[in-house]
Write a protein that binds this ligand. Structure first.
Ligand code: PEP
Length: 252
């Protein structure tokens, strides 16, 4: 199965910084003769076009951090999938816990967004994860099952989507679940995906939450971890490159 390393730059940096980061990563990627994982850079909206320009001719791709579920029209401040497709984006993160928390996005809306992304022929990276309270209450698996079912686009096929497991309490905190816990969750997600989608275990499942240059390889060695969604460490070219290279030994 192909591997994915996704960098979520969130609402950080200047245009010059975004360009420099994209330029450095694209240059490093050009020097690699062997296969690379899918590398997806997700800058904030204003920097998508300049970053995409730098990525031209590179194997690196670009994604948005969110989108509107609507096709077009009077939705001030929103960005549609067709607009993202029009500038050359190939992925869209939907349901990130920061959108769920700060913008009160419910599962039903996330599902609509994911469906809009698929209709627009882009790939949604659908994020699900449990809060610290849910984790402590031992509700991780039931919460994930519920969120997965509620966010999965109707009648999608396994090649339409990616799922990112991001424990909310691990995002930006330096805390991570144990490797055993991640393995159990990822195995559970593959099993749930199989029940909802034909050959659902082929849906790429990513881990996200305080991934860094030191721990990336540990997560990537786990069965059922097909890639990583990286926040803070994706803003540092050397660290993010190290994470990309941590996939290396997994390639055939
Ligand atoms: C994220 O925002 O998706 C994320 C995983 O952040 P961090 O790597 O900083 O925990």
């Amino acid at each position: 199965m192909a591997q994915y390393i996704v960098g979520n730059w969130k609402m950080n940096g200047t245009k010059a910084e975004a360009e420099a980061l994209a330029f450095t990563l694209a240059a490093k990627a050009k020097d690699v003769s062997g296969p690379l994982p899918h590398v997806v850079l997700c800058p904030s909206y204003p920097y998508l076009v300049p970053v995409l320009k730098i990525l031209e001719g590179s194997t690196l791709e670009s994604g948005a951090q969110d989108c509107s579920p609507e096709a077009n029209g009077a939705f001030t401040g929103d960005v549609s999938v067709s607009q993202l497709s029009n500038i050359g984006c190939t992925y869209v993160i939907v349901g990130h816990s920061e959108r769920r928390h700060h913008h009160l996005e419910p599962n039903a809306l996330i599902r609509q967004k994911a469906e809009a992304v698929i209709r627009g022929k882009l790939k949604p990276i659908i994020c699900i994860g449990e809060t610290e309270e849910e984790y402590r209450a031992g509700k991780c698996f039931s919460v994930l099952s519920e969120k997965l079912e509620a966010c999965l686009p109707s009648s999608c096929v396994h090649s339409d989507i990616l799922i990112a497991y991001e424990p909310v309490w691990a995002i930006g905190t330096g805390l991570t679940p144990s490797l055993e816990e991640v393995e159990k969750v990822m195995s559970f997600l593959k099993e749930r995906l199989r029940t909802h989608i034909p050959e659902g275990d082929l849906v790429p499942t990513l881990y996200g939450g305080s991934v860094n240059a030191a721990n990336a390889r540990l997560f990537l060695t786990l069965p059922y971890v097909d890639g990583l969604l990286v926040g803070g460490a994706s803003l540092r070219a050397d660290d993010f490159w190290h994470i990309i290279m941590a996939t290396e030994r997994q390639e055939p």
